[in-house]
Design a protein around this ligand. Structure first.
Ligand code: PBG
Length: 325
């Protein structure tokens, strides 16, 4: 009695109301996190040519992008920064006068209900563009980088971040950041780690926007190999063991299998990051007329939720929230 013609699945889809009633997975504005690129100066809103729809904002101008987001229902923001100077060790990442720290203070004061997440990585701040400082042999020095990242996290927490999001992919960074935050009295500040962050070709527009391309080599010595699902899951679960509060899967849709695997292995909240290259895929398909804008965006981002991600980080956050409103 378990098959056709006794069972007819279409009974459950016979009209819009019954389909609505049976909806299993939803995408809602409260699930969305909007990334922002903050730059030095005042009165700056500079569109990024290779990343249409995305701009650099000076802290004082952030209202122009944050206000419409909040009006649509977006409540969380992920901050990236363009510093005024770069050096070998990326020390501007923990300089209190730099754009991320300034933006955090501004947003914390102006939008007390917003959740502020600060990306903690060295690549925007190092002269060589790698996600950590270098050993004499030119490789990224894991343990020395942990000390830098710890300073970044503490500086961001002091400036008002609610959550620190380390994206460097060094071993042990979550534990090191947790210890540093706790040691400075920030035990209430969360860590959303880029736990399953692949060495991906889909970060191109972001690296233009963040000015963070590696000056030599690539990031394969620290980011994860897309071919190795067991290694990816194992590495991500280490972040959970070290005290991460939320795990990120990134890119999102090409790696939904990873999200589903992690969903089965941990009860931590997951976030899927629809990265800049995914944004451009969607943007180009829409621009060429081959993808219907609203339906395409909703389907794409709902898939991230279906795979098990409670949260979705996306440059489309404001638009999506408007569609869902
Ligand atoms: C920095 C970082 C990257 C992204 C977020 N944080 C790029 C990289 O690893 O080079 C990519 C985000 C995107 O493409 O939207 N480590």
């Amino acid at each position: 009695m378990s098959g056709f013609p006794v069972v007819r699945m279409r009974r459950l889809r016979q009209n819009r109301t019954i389909r609505d009633m049976l909806t299993e997975v939803t995408l809602e504005p409260r699930h969305l996190i909007l990334p922002l690129f903050v730059c030095p100066g005042e009165g700056v809103r500079a569109p990024v040519p290779s990343f249409p729809g995305v701009s650099h904002w000076s802290a004082d101008m952030l209202r122009e992008v944050v206000e419409p987001a909040i009006q649509s229902g977006v409540r969380a923001f992920l901050l990236f920064g363009l510093p005024t100077y770069k050096d070998e060790d990326g020390t501007s990442a923990f300089d209190d006068g730099q754009p991320v720290q300034r933006a955090l203070r501004f947003l914390r004061e102006s939008y007390p209900d917003a959740v502020l997440i600060a990306d903690a990585c060295m690549c925007e701040y190092t002269s060589h563009g790698h996600c950590g400082c270098l050993s004499p042999d030119g490789s990224v020095d894991n343990d020395a980088t942990l000390e830098l990242l710890s300073k970044v996290a503490v500086s961001q927490a002091k400036a008002g971040a609610h959550v620190i999001a380390p994206s460097d992919m060094m071993d042990g960074r979550v534990g090191a950041i947790r210890a540093a935050l706790d040691g400075e009295g920030f035990s209430g500040i969360g860590i959303m780690s880029y736990a399953a962050k692949q060495a991906s070709a889909f970060y191109g527009p972001f690296r233009d926007a963040a000015g963070s391309s590696p000056g030599f080599g690539d990031r394969k010595g620290y980011q994860l190999p897309c071919s190795n699902p067991r290694e990816i899951v194992r590495d991500a679960l280490m972040d959970a063991d070290e005290g991460a509060d939320i795990l990120i899967v990134k890119p999102a849709v090409p790696y939904l299998d990873i999200a589903a695997k992690l969903r089965a292995r941990t009860d931590l909240p997951l976030a899927g990051y629809v990265v800049s290259g995914e944004y451009m895929l969607l943007h180009s398909a829409i621009a060429s007329g081959s993808l219907e804008r609203a339906r395409g965006l909703l389907e794409y981002h709902t898939a991230v939720r279906r795979a098990g991600c409670g949260l979705v980080i996306t440059y489309f956050a404001t638009e999506l929230a408007g569609l869902l409103g």
